[in-house]
Design a protein around this ligand. Sequence first.
Ligand SMILES: *Cc1c(COP(=O)(O)O)cnc(C)c1O
Length: 382
Amino acid sequence: MQIPFNKPYIAGKELEYIKDVVTRGKISGNGYYTQLCHDFFQQRYGFKKCLLTTSCTDALEMAAILCDIQLGDEVIMPSYTFVSTANAFVLRGARIVFADSRADHPGIDEDKIEELITNRTKAIVPVHYAGVACDMDKIMALASKYNLFVVEDAAQAMDSFYKGRPLGGIGHFGCFSFHETKNIQCGEGGMLVINDERFLRRSEIIWEKGTNRAEFFRGEVNKYGWVDIGSSFLPSDIIAAYQYAQLENLDIIQNRRKEIWNTYLENLNLHESDFFFKLPAIPDYATNNAHMFYLVCQDGEFRNKLLIRLKEKGIGAVFHYLSLHKSEFYRNKNAGRELQNTDRYSDCLIRLPFFYELTQENISYLTKEIKSFIKELKHYCL
Ligand SMILES: *Cc1c(COP(=O)(O)O)cnc(C)c1O
């Protein structure tokens, strides 16, 4: 049996909507389907303002501009995250101060943030790893105590909640990804959510290449021009059309993904496995949006051997992240503090295949292989 790591979900109406955009004849950004997508998110989650972007990376870059990051400003974030979380701020001249992950979860350790704050600190960037919320009350309290911005990297956190509040809607800004590995996808895509009223106008200008074109299209000004810095952060309406077909099926997608997640949990919740790996933990203040299923193995050797075994059996399990504080690009710029939990997740975490069409048979097959691998190891140990 061959089980890929990911297979993008196709809702069914993507091509129909793309054809409609082509027929309408307005194909550039901020068109008919872009508006439908914005309205969908604003209505469903009560987000103040949404702007589709060409990636979460772009949404993070927009957030860094909106935070007015200057050369030498410090930004606190976990080291256990994707490159773009940091890169977006480095592009503005920031120095990244990496915080360790929690012992019980790969997300940032909220209790280790305050000791990293200096008078140069400008922002905190929590990453909702696996779509599981960081403890946002703690982070927002620090932000208001020290007058900092909070940019939620909610790339993995679509349709997930913290104490009933949608992720991406709590910090000053929220950044989502619609990359093909995410729950809702359009190949490459993303969205910036603006929760702070002060930035409603400027966000739209940065989005439209530093111009007030959006105001012009609404008839608020009779000519548009260069009013600020910006870039071309908005996707073509073709992308938005594809995306809208996905959004119409959001509940169907989410329900199926949760079923898959629970099937994994039931299958892998083995008494004997506890010694070899830990299952994902979800704090009581967070929901599970079934973005991924991962195991934290007892050590790196076990993780790597298991990866090889699964690969031999046609199973596309993967690992991530190479921690950013030890990366080729940043290790010399970093303060050199030890980040033990980060290193542990980097060495020991394994992601199992996860996509809409994954079947019960796939999961049974996969579980059987993991069980037999453990059995062999136990045989060795005894
Ligand atoms: C996927 C991901 C990103 C990048 O998203 P793109 O849309 O590919 O730019 C950033 N941060 C995290 C945590 C991610 O998982």
